[in-house]
Design a protein around this ligand. Sequence first.
Ligand SMILES: O=C(O)CCC(=O)C(=O)O
Ligand SMILES: [Fe+2]
Length: 183
Amino acid sequence: MIHIHTVTAAFTPAECAAIVAAASGHSAQDARLVGQMRDHNLRRADLVWLDDVPGTGWVMDRIIDVVRSANRDAFGFDLTEFAESPQVARYGAEREGHFDWHADIGDAMLARKRKLTFVVQLSPADAYDGGALEVMPSANVATAKRTQGSATLFGSYLLHRVTPVTRGARHSLTVWAHGPAFR
Ligand SMILES: O=C(O)CCC(=O)C(=O)O
Ligand SMILES: [Fe+2]
């Protein structure tokens, strides 16, 4: 099975900038983790839930298109819904924004139904240092494509992390596709 799938131009650079601008006009929450706990050693990022931002419905339309064809091409998972709002995260160098190794499937009601994780690089690759999205499908770590507008998809059960940002800021867009339990 393909573990990690990349869509090179899921969004244009202009669309990425529009998403960041819309999210930035909204007061960010300190990142919540699966199960709502806050642990700044595990994750340090500012988070905006896109469902709270007016005028961003087109983002979800695009996500649905891209996830549908990527799932058909690469995963073949039984996906039934997007049960949680997409989130825009900002990882800033001023506090070494990061997200340590974790899997997205959790015990919470919605988190346990997560099957496919979809992450878009919203920032230009040269806007920050560090901030690499790494996924561990086996003993080898794969680094996600850094190009602005590219999307990385992987099974939500895989361990992944975002390394600390040491210069500038990295924005990402994350959404999960949900469905019945794996079998
Ligand atoms: O920002 C990223 O690249 C990954 C975000 C993530 O892993 C998550 O929200 O669960
Ligand atoms: Fe994650």
